[in-house]
Design a protein around this ligand. Structure first.
Ligand SMILES: C[S@@+](CC[C@H](N)C(=O)[O-])C[C@H]1O[C@@H](n2cnc3c(N)ncnc32)[C@H](O)[C@@H]1O
Ligand SMILES: *[C@@H]1O[C@H](CO)[C@@H](O)[C@H](O)[C@H]1NC(C)=O
Ligand SMILES: *[C@@H]1O[C@H](CO)[C@@H](O)[C@H](O)[C@H]1NC(C)=O
Length: 296
């Protein structure tokens, strides 16, 4: 039941945003095109009084990229990304992408997640909730070991994580910068003790190119197996209209955001070993060209 209502609210949220975005992008232009199928009335009267549910808009392979560019601009500039929570904790993940992460965790039987940028720990709680389910051994009635290691320069995550003791025991929060010696040594120790079989890495800390590049350089060694992912979050921040991430260029890119840091890594140290997987973007992803798969 909980899963059902979570899925339907995610679906409703995405549809709502898509529709609002579409309306805004059509504001001031001509009347939206209405389907000309024989079952639909197409008089101008009918168009004006069309209810939300009956509006159809043309969206196909030729304009879907532009459509999502507009959607993302709205999502970012209207701070839609700040409006979700998970287990009552402010959750800075796009719902569409969160489900894709859950899919990877389960399908690859991930037993170690490394996350940079915990914020309040809601993503760590989300990962732990999913992992707890598939790491359960029904015949032994025990949880097969798993861990989430998450880190932030801001220490506030721990108090939110501690609200959920069933999950907190699987989450190691490190209140230090992602490439600090403290963080590196705790990740190393966790890895050595757990001996994980599959790792998922989510880079969601400092989003400037240099920081993302440095995280990739260090954390790439933990992408254990071919097929495991490093998710470089929020690559769409490298969009020309973004005043924070595009006021300067870096590493041959037009911007100074996650995309530039990732591209530089893929052209250099990561070349031949990591590649972008577009398949995980599933129609829309805030991490456009940011799902990086180990290939060798
Ligand atoms: C987008 S938020 C993370 C959101 C979180 N993953 C979630 O899904 O709710 C980015 C976080 O990165 C943290 N941060 C910034 N620079 C950092 C660094 N060098 N190392 C670790 N965390 C950093 C910020 O304090 C902020 O909390
Ligand atoms: C669950 O535990 C049983 C009994 O120890 C074991 O035989 C089985 O392989 C375990 N299942 C998994 C998926 O680890
Ligand atoms: C982890 O620590 C061990 C020593 O405890 C060291 O040999 C190893 O190189 C370290 N690994 C990394 C990735 O830092």
């Amino acid at each position: 039941m909980q899963h059902k209502s979570y899925h339907s609210s995610v679906f409703g949220f995405v549809i709502g945003i898509l529709f609002t975005t579409w309306l805004l992008s059509n504001r001031g232009s001509q009347t939206p095109t209405v389907s000309t199928s024989s079952t639909t009335s197409t008089t101008s009267q009918a168009v004006k009084s069309t209810t939300l549910a009956s509006v159809k808009f043309p969206i196909d392979n030729t304009n879907i990229a532009r459509f999502y560019d507009e959607y993302y601009k709205y999502y970012e500039l209207n701070k839609e990304w700040m409006k979700k929570s998970f287990l009552g904790v402010h959750f800075l993940q796009n719902p569409n992408d969160a489900i894709t992460i859950a899919e990877i965790l389960h399908d690859q039987n991930i037993d170690l997640v490394i996350e940079t940028g915990s914020y309040r720990g809601a993503a760590a709680l989300f990962f732990a909730s999913i992992m707890y389910q598939y790491r359960y051994n029904a015949s032994e009635k025990s949880i097969r070991p798993f861990k989430i290691v998450t880190m932030d320069i801001n220490p506030e995550a721990q108090t939110y994580i501690d609200r959920y003791p069933l999950l907190a025991r699987y989450i190691t929060f490190i209140p230090h910068a992602s490439v600090s010696e403290k963080a590196k040594s705790i990740v190393n120790r966790t890895f050595t003790e757990l001996k994980p079989s599959n790792v998922f890495i989510s880079l969601d800390g400092d989003h400037y190119a240099q920081a993302v590049y440095e995280e990739l350089l260090y954390y790439q060694q933990y992408a254990l197996n071919i097929g495991n992912y490093i998710l470089v979050q929020d690559t769409r921040l490298s969009s020309k209209w973004h005043t924070l991430y595009c006021s300067a260029s870096k590493y041959d890119g037009p911007c100074n955001g996650p995309h530039e840091g990732l591209n530089w890594f893929l052209k250099n140290e990561g070349q031949g070993r990591f590649a972008i997987d577009h398949g995980k973007e599933y129609l829309f992803s805030t991490h456009h060209k940011g799902w990086v798969k180990r290939t060798a």
